[in-house]
Design a protein. Structure first.
Length: 88
């Protein structure tokens, strides 16, 4: 039996938290704080091209922090639902 590597342990912990947020019944800004710092790590664990990883990160940021007004839109809500599923 080989022990788990540090990367495997961190990946499982961050992914577990991300799955909890991705499948939550409602989204609150506090959730974004919970997974904001893990998002780049999780994105770079995927096989997506780098430009797609950067685009996904920017799109998530735009969904959580709209520059026009202070409320979410239908499109930002759809993106915020679809992007985590795509990442998983």
């Amino acid at each position: 039996n080989k022990p788990f590597t540090n990367t495997q342990i961190v990946t499982v912990m961050l992914l577990s938290n991300f799955i909890g947020v991705a499948f939550s019944r409602s989204l609150h800004f506090q959730f974004y704080v919970w997974y904001f710092h893990s998002l780049p790590f999780l994105l770079w664990c995927t096989r997506f091209p780098d430009i797609v990883k950067i685009l996904m990160f920017v799109l998530v940021e735009m969904c959580w922090n709209p520059w026009e007004g202070e409320t979410s839109t239908i499109s930002s809500s759809m993106l915020l639902t679809g992007l985590p599923v795509l990442l998983l």
